[in-house]
Write a new protein. Sequence first.
Length: 25
Amino acid sequence: GMLLAEGTPEEIRTNPDVVKAYLGE
């Protein structure tokens, strides 16, 4: 898949929009 945001894994995991897209929920 493609990264929807740039940043460290910690930043990405704490970004709700990215988490939703990443988990497909």
